[in-house]
Ligand binder design. Sequence first.
Ligand SMILES: [Mg+2]
Length: 149
Amino acid sequence: MTEREKELEEYKDTRLKYFGLFKSLIESENECQLDKWGIQERTLPEWLMYATEEFGELSEAISEYIYRDGMPRAIIEEAIQVVTLCLKIADMIMENANMEKPEGYTKTHFPIGKLKAWLREEARKYFFLTDINIFIEVLDKIAEIEKEG
Ligand SMILES: [Mg+2]
């Protein structure tokens, strides 16, 4: 395939066919980032800056693939790094946003494992938690789990 053909090649949405695989790659990338940087505490603009830096590396990997026979694997690796950082932002907002907590909610007694299992199921449907309805559903689910004990 020529450079120009690669440049013009169209990719049809595969509807997250490999999400199961990517989920484990995201978890591994999270562990790698924690090993490398520890648990960081940064401002939202700083987190966004790190994610944007990874977007730049994703662009570079795509450019390398098209113009310099770069490996497609590098595109996947950089995309996973972008996704991991973006999900961390969503995760921190989930944890820290000033949302009304259901009655009886306490951080220390909350069965977070149950919520995580439920979130994992929901994430398959939503992938990115950008829809505000998911936050409302999370709050409803927290209340439901609290009732069950
Ligand atoms: Mg990178």
